[in-house]
Design a protein. Structure first.
Length: 618
């Protein structure tokens, strides 16, 4: 109900303050009751000052209290609120706007002056006299245009990196202005924590962490000193790292806990951080292995350690080793490496997984067997059309795609709906309308001066040209908005339907046609799913699998024969729960059972009551 920066009504403030005092939220009670003289208690004021100190670095303290721009801050918190601001970003934006206006206005003014000279020359005035009459005006207009142009060229729009650096510098300036006036350790600690939240680069975080460590040592809290200082090598003592390590949990999420506790940015582990983890009970081998296989931070893949992880997984498979293998696979996908691909290919061949062995070994000429290549092709056809084939195979950018799977390449692009193209065309029309409107102003003014002799008609003509510019600008803006709405609301084309339409005619192997159709069953379009089921029925018949024919076609009435439904029923009768097994095997949609599906389940000796209960559950 209350937006940040909008002053709150006094009655609402009092109700909120009393509510939060009742539930024991001291900082919130003081937040809403601070503007009521004498209402806030000492404990509530201390809690509020700590919260405000944490918001000084971001410059959001006044907005947090919903104080008006002209409302004076209470004296008890004035030292945290009245921080001198240096609106460099706002001043730069205003100057850029003024420079843009000067550039455009000077250009139009200069064009108008030249147009007046041309009109004077058409009425019989000498060329030199006509230019002499407008020389001062043209000179001033040209100077304004040149100043605006030079300012824009000398002060380009700041990049994202420069903007973030400027925000960090502003946060540092605010903290340095407030820190000397704070006496209580809790307020100084909250102020530095807020400053740390506003920094993103290690070089900016280092001075903050040093100040936090010094403050923790003043408060005689070695564990806290180790918490904030281990991110900077050499800053903490072994005793401080030991005290902090005692507060860490050495479970599977030790890396996540370390990042959350120390508020460190994702980067390579330092020596002190590794030492603290070892003191917390995490094995050094586990740290090295986890760090090496972390897909988000992997910079170099150490082949010996990858080989050791995969060999240990073959000998003694555990969940931890499987987790590390999955991380290795993600890393090899994002950071392609031929040696790691070879290790993974040999590992999966030893496990008896031909599709994965072909995935990682097909890039090596002659390494993958025919069975592995065939299994890989079937696996690729079942992948989502939006998954890029090169990324899945762990190939680097520009690396040649193997001939065995070159015809199955997918670039991971989503097909666009025609309305998106229409929206783009509408936006282009809007731009052209805006440009034409701007150009009509000086042209219309010149034409009006040339064709209209009575002075009384001059200004209506110029006003009409200005109205044309306004109308053209509004048309352009409306076209932009309409194009944006069309692009936002236009549904994407079904990528599975495109895959069936493009790839199916070129696939002669029934097994490959079957794999492509299985992947298309994930489509959200009912028509595409029905087409995929018909393809599956045809492919299963070519492969001589009557039970699979009924598996995929029983949900389509009339697509299967009695013998095919009998073959599926015999397969289901050997399971513990035929109804549930059929639902999983057939990938059927939610809804009541079809006539052929009931016939299959009846042949599998499923009672009618069970089928009715399944229909009732949806």
């Amino acid at each position: 109900m209350l937006w940040k920066g909008i002053p709150a009504d006094p009655a609402i403030r009092r109700m909120l303050a009393e509510h939060y005092r009742t539930i024991g939220a001291l900082d919130q009670a003081a937040r809403w009751g601070i503007s009521i003289p004498g209402w806030v208690r000492a404990s509530e004021l201390r809690a509020l000052r700590r919260v405000l100190a944490a918001r000084v670095a971001s410059g959001m303290a006044r907005g947090y209290l919903h104080l008006g721009s002209r409302e004076q801050a209470p004296a008890s918190i004035a030292d945290l609120m009245e921080v001198p601001e240096r609106p460099a970003a706002a001043r730069g934006s205003r100057m850029r706007l003024l420079a843009g206006i000067a550039w455009l206005g000077g250009l139009l003014w200069w064009g108008t002056a030249i147009a007046r000279a041309i009109v004077a020359m058409t009425q019989g005035v000498e060329v030199l006299d006509a230019l002499r009459d407008v020389r001062v005006e043209a000179l001033v207009a040209g100077a304004i245009w040149l100043v605006g142009l030079l300012w824009l060229r000398r002060h380009p729009r700041p990049s994202r990196t420069d903007w973030r650096r400027r925000l960090q510098q502003d946060a540092q300036r605010r903290v340095e202005a407030v820190l000397p006036s704070l006496v209580l350790h809790g307020e100084r600690h909250a102020l530095l924590r807020g400053w740390l939240d506003q920094t993103w680069t290690p070089d900016m975080q280092e001075p903050v962490r040093r100040m936090l460590v010094e403050l923790a040592r003043e408060r005689r809290r070695p564990a806290e000193a180790g918490r904030w200082g281990i991110a900077v090598d050499g800053l903490t003592t072994p005793d401080e790292r030991t005290r902090f390590a005692a507060t860490l949990r050495a479970d599977d999420e030790w890396m996540l806990e370390l990042e959350q506790r120390t508020e460190r940015a994702p980067s390579r582990l330092g020596a002190d951080e590794r030492d603290a983890l070892i003191r917390a009970g995490v094995a050094a081998e586990t740290i090295d292995r986890r760090w090496m296989t972390n897909a988000d931070r992997l910079t170099e893949i150490e082949h010996e350690r990858v080989a050791r992880v995969l060999d240990e997984l073959l000998a003694t498979p555990t969940e931890q080793l499987r987790h590390e293998r999955a991380a290795i696979v993600r890393a090899a996908t994002r950071a392609p490496n031929p040696e790691v691909r070879r290790l993974l290919a040999e590992h999966y061949r030893a496990l008896g997984k031909p599709e994965q062995a072909g995935r990682w070994g097909v890039a090596h000429d002659g390494w993958a067997t025919d069975d592995e290549v065939r299994a890989l092709r079937l696996d690729l056809l079942e992948q989502r059309p939006t998954h890029a084939t090169r990324t899945y195979l762990g190939l680097a950018y520009g690396e040649r795609l193997p001939k065995a799977v070159a015809d199955l390449e997918r670039r991971g692009e989503r097909p666009e709906h025609p309305l998106v193209t229409v929206g783009s065309l509408v936006a282009i029309v809007g731009v052209l309308a805006l440009v034409v409107g701007v150009l009509l102003l000086p042209v219309g003014g010149v034409l009006g001066l040339l064709s209209i002799e009575p002075p009384g008609w001059l200004w209506p003509t110029i006003a009409g040209c200005a109205s044309t510019v306004v109308v053209a600008g509004l048309v352009g803006w409306a076209a932009f908005v309409l194009g944006d709405r069309l692009e936002a609301r236009a549904p994407r084309r079904d990528p599975y339907a495109r895959e069936l339409r493009w790839r199916l005619p070129g696939l002669k192997d029934p097994a490959e046609r079957r794999s492509l159709a299985i992947g298309a069953l994930e489509s959200r379009v009912a028509r595409t799913r029905r087409t995929a089921r018909h393809v599956l029925v045809d492919a299963s018949r070519r492969l001589g699998r009557p039970d699979d024919v009924a598996r995929w076609g029983a949900s389509v009435d009339g697509a299967t024969t009695a013998d095919e439904r009998e073959a599926l029923a015999l397969r289901l009768a050997r399971t513990r729960d035929p109804v549930r097994t059929y639902g999983v095997l057939s990938h059927r949609e939610r809804g009541p059972l079809r006539a052929d599906e009931r016939d299959v389940l009846r042949r599998a000796s499923v009672p009618v009551e069970t089928m009715d209960a399944f229909d009732a559950d949806g």
